[in-house]
Design a binder for this molecule. Structure first.
Ligand SMILES: NC(=O)c1ccc[n+]([C@@H]2O[C@H](COP(=O)([O-])OP(=O)(O)OC[C@H]3O[C@@H](n4cnc5c(N)ncnc54)[C@H](O)[C@@H]3O)[C@@H](O)[C@H]2O)c1
Length: 347
């Protein structure tokens, strides 16, 4: 029988529910507690997922007997505190994306993991999805040669969140770049072989989110009075070894429609991840290789299963805390560059 793992949640909102549904599909995993600063949210979550304990203070949850693992599902400004406290209590911890508000916080979390009996993984799931895992096999087989350039797009035409605090810089650290761009950046960086970022240049623009909607859209109206993040971010990142990445991310942009994509070009071949394709020259011919089988699984289920397997020592993690830190350095560099209006170095 597998080792029983007892999990507690900090933050009982949207992603916590998705994680809970995934965890409940696994054998010998128990959801024992939900902690949320909103008591109602903790109670509703606990009722829905049959968790016996609720808390409004995560320190109290961490004192619960038999708690093995903690997943941090709070807004970005509340990632660092519970993550470090849970590590210091010796727990296995997963923290949602992005790792933190900035690289300084993320570094403190990595340091806390190193100093503790617990361990920390990132809640990245795009790299675990069937498309990215498929093209990763092309990359690992050397089909691209030297990786030169990644192009990342996380563009919504009109998708400003109307729930949560996604429009508030002081609670999230930024807008679409840190919220949805991060997914594509983590997956593309994983496909590139996780090179060290050395500099970044970016521009951010706010022109829609801080005003009432000017057109009917698919989502309800957002809170434009508190909105102080970018609508659109465009950036350029340099890496050790000479590869570069271009990033475009928006909550709202005047484009034909939403566009989520990863394209990577090497000196021998190239890929797209969405859909998974390989482009190369073979037998004197330019060919497009479409995988005959990609696989179908839900990437959040895969991330929770991989985490539980990692806790039990059954598998490695593809989402170590260090990957969260390096992605955070990319995000930080881009935001810093946009603030300062020049290219900035990434340490
Ligand atoms: N991996 C993914 O696909 C994915 C999807 C959505 C959100 N996220 C990430 O998950 C996090 C939460 O997003 P969400 O969509 O679930 O937000 P949400 O607003 O639905 O839920 C957040 C919950 O955290 C609670 N909370 C706030 N501060 C807290 C604190 N200090 N202690 C305990 N609870 C606190 C709020 O009351 C709320 O119930 C964010 O970091 C977001 O970037 C990841």
């Amino acid at each position: 029988m597998a080792e029983r793992i007892r999990v507690g949640f900090v933050g009982a909102g949207g992603i916590a529910a998705a994680q809970a549904r995934a965890l409940l599909k696994l054998d010998d995993v128990e959801l024992v507690a939900a902690c949320d600063i909103k008591e109602d949210a903790a109670r509703a979550f606990a009722d829905k997922f049959e968790a016996p304990h609720t808390f409004t203070d995560y320190h109290e949850m961490l004192a619960l007997d038999g708690l093995d693992a903690v997943t941090v599902c709070t807004p970005n400004s509340a990632h660092k505190g519970p993550t470090i406290a849970a590590l210091q209590a010796g727990k296995h911890v997963m923290v949602e994306k992005p790792m933190a508000m900035n690289a300084e916080e993320a570094q403190a979390m990595v340091d806390a993991a190193e100093a503790s009996d617990g361990d920390l993984v990132m809640g990245f799931q795009w790299r675990l999805g069937p498309q990215v895992q498929t093209v990763k096999r092309f990359v690992d087989a050397g089909e691209l040669g030297n990786v030169l350039y990644a192009r990342v797009q996380a563009l919504r035409r009109r998708g400003i969140p109307h729930w949560g605090v996604f429009g508030r810089k002081e609670l999230q650290g930024g807008g679409p770049l840190i919220d949805i761009g991060v997914h594509l950046i983590e997956a593309a960086h994983f496909l590139m072989g996780e090179p060290k970022p050395t500099s970044a240049s970016a521009q951010t623009f706010t022109y829609m989110g801080n005003k009432p909607p000017t057109a009917v859209g698919p989502w309800e109206a957002w809170d434009w009075e508190t909105y102080n993040v970018e609508d659109l971010a465009v950036g350029f990142v340099r890496f050790d070894g000479g590869a570069v990445m271009v990033v475009e991310s928006s909550f709202a942009a005047h484009i034909e429609g939403d566009k989520f994509g990863i394209q990577i070009m090497g000196d021998k071949g190239g890929i797209t991840a969405l859909p998974p394709m390989l482009f190369k020259d073979e037998a004197g011919t330019q060919v497009n290789v479409q995988p005959g089988y990609v696989g179908k699984w839900d990437s959040i289920s895969r991330k929770m299963a991989e985490w539980i397997g990692y806790i039990r020592g059954e598998n490695e993690t593809q989402c170590p805390a260090e990957s969260g830190l390096v992605v955070q350095k990319i995000l930080d560099g881009l935001y810093r560059s946009a603030d300062e209006g020049r290219e900035v170095q990434i340490a």
